[in-house]
Design a protein around this ligand. Sequence first.
Ligand code: SF4
Length: 358
Amino acid sequence: MSEKPPQTVDPLALPAAFQRSLIEWFDAGGRDYPWRRTSDPYAILVSEIMLQQTQIATVLGRGYYQRWLERFPDVHTLAAAPEADLLKHWEGLGYYNRARNLQKAARAVVEQHGGRFPETLEGLQSLPGVGRYTAGAVLSFAWDRPAPIVDGNVARVFARLFDLREPVDTPASKDQLWQWADALLPESRAKAYNSALMELGQRLCTKAAPACVDCPVAHCCATREPASLPVKSAARATVAVTERAWLAVRDGRILLEQESGSRRQGLWRLPLADPGEPPGPVLTKLKYGITHHRVDLIVQGWIGDPTGLDRRSDPVSSAGERRWFDIAEELPAVAMPSPYRRAVEAALRDGGDFRLGE
Ligand code: SF4
C-alpha cells in the first residue's frame, strides 16, 4: 500500500473542490462501458440489476448484458417474455429473483406508466426491485439529474474520506453515508460525478490496496489508515451443507426437478435424495457457495425403479415438478443453477456407462 497524502481540504466545507477533482479525473480517463454510452433507462436498469451481485468482468466479459439486450431490447419485450426464457438468459449469474424483478419492473412500466420510465426518485422506487441506490443510478445516468447514490464502492470511499470508525452496515451509518452523498452531490454533471465516485471505488480506493498517491481526492480524504476501513459488523457464520442428488438417465433423457423455493424458483436441477434413501454409486462431486452456505454436492446414480423416482414427491424440501428432458435436444435450453449444470455435464461425461434401462 502506498503512503496516504494528508488531508488539506474538508469536502463538506468545499464540496465544489471535491466534485471538480473527481470529475476532472473521470473526464481524463473514465472507463468506457456500454451502459455509459446510452441514456436508455431500461438498458441502464438492466446493467444496475446485473451488477448488484456480479462483477463487471462476468456481466460484460461473458456476454450476459449484450445477450439480454439482444433478446429483451425494451420493456415491452421483457414484459411479454416467458419466465423460462428470462431464467435461461440469467443462468450462471445467480440470485434469480433479480431477473424476475426486472420483468416485474418492466411490466409496471408498461402497465402503469404507458411504457415510459418515471423520471423521479419516488416513481422509480415504486418499481419492483428498485431501491434507493438503483433509483438514483437510473435518474443520474439516464437523465443526468442530481440524485445521490451509495453502493458498496461508494460506502467504502466515504468511510475512508470521513474516517468513519463505526461499522458501515448499521442503520445509523447507512443514514450518515446517504447524508454525505447528498451533501457532496453537484447540481450539474451528476452522471459524470456518480460514475466517477463508483469508479474511484473500483479502481483506486479498492478494498485490499487503496492507491492513495494516485487518488484525485486524496487532499479531501481524512483517514490515515485507509486499509483498516470500512469497519463491518461480524459476518454471518458459514454453514456447511451436503446435497445428494440423483442422476437418472433413460432412453437418452434425464430426470430433472423444478425448484419451488424462493431463491432459485423455476430453475431445473437434479432430483435431491431424501435423507432415508440409500446412497447410489457416486458419479461426481463438487463444491459451491450460496449466500452463507458452503455446499458439497454429490451426484449419485439412481439404482432403483425410475418410474418410482419420477413420481416421488417430497413435501419437506423445495422440490417441485419432475420431468424427463431429452439430453441432446432439451437439456441445453433448460435454465439450471450453474453448479448443477457443471455437475450434470461432469456426471454424464465421467459417469461411465451408468444408464437406466440402456
Ligand atoms: S479516497 Fe480512498 S484512495 Fe483516495 S486517498 Fe482516501 S483512502 Fe486513499
